[in-house]
Design a protein around this ligand. Sequence first.
Ligand SMILES: [Zn+2]
Length: 233
Amino acid sequence: MRVALTFDVEMDAPPYLSSWRGVDEGLPIILEALREKGVRATFFTIGILGQLRPKAVYSIVEEGHELGCHGYDHKRLDKLPLREAADNVRKCIRTLRDFADVETFRAPNLKLPPPLLHVLREEGVRLDSSVAWYKPPFRFAPTVEAGVLRVPASYPSSVLRLPWTLLKALFPPGREYVVITHPWEYVELVAHPRPDLTIGVGRRVAENLSRLIEHLKGLGYELVTMRDHITRG
Ligand SMILES: [Zn+2]
C-alpha cells in the first residue's frame, strides 16, 4: 500500500493572510523532518514563489522532492474567467519548470474547472489532485479524465492539527492515502483572522507529521510522490 505526503506551498493561510512565514520558517522544518525520515514528498507550489522566494523552491528540488504546480498566485481558478484561469495555470507550470520538471497539479482550494484539464494535458501535466474524498463530487478512487490521472486527496489539512490519537485513527491499514498539509501550519500564526486556523498549528503539526510517517511505515506503507502514481499506475 502507498501513501503520498503532499504540501501545498503558498502564502500564509490564503486568502486571509499574505505573509510568508510558512515558506520562510515552516518549509525548513518540513524538509528537515522528511530528510530525517528518508522520505520523498510532493510540493504543490504556487508559481509566484519562483520569483519571490526562488531559494525556497530550490530547497525543495535539491532535497530530491517532487515539484508540482498549485496555480500561479493562489487565485481561485473557478472564480476567474476561463481564459484567465488557463493563463494562470500555464504561467505557474512554465515558471516552475525553470526549477524542475513539473508533471502534477493541484488547484487552489481544490477547485479546478473541468475545461482546465485540457490545458494541463496540453502543458504536459499528467496528474491532477484537485479532487478529494471530502469535497463534492467525493472521489475515493483515481480516475482518468481528459487524459489526466486524477488522484484524490484523503482528508483536509486540518486533520494534522488533531491530537495524535484522533489523527492515528484516521489512518487504518487497507487504504491508500494522499495527505495534504501546508508549510504555514508548521508555524504559530499570530493575530490570525480565523482563530480556528491557529489551534493545533506549529509544533503539534510537526510532531504529528513525524509520527504519521512512523505509523504508516510501521503498517508497511510505502511513502511515494504523486509522480509515482503516474509512472507506476
Ligand atoms: Zn492552497
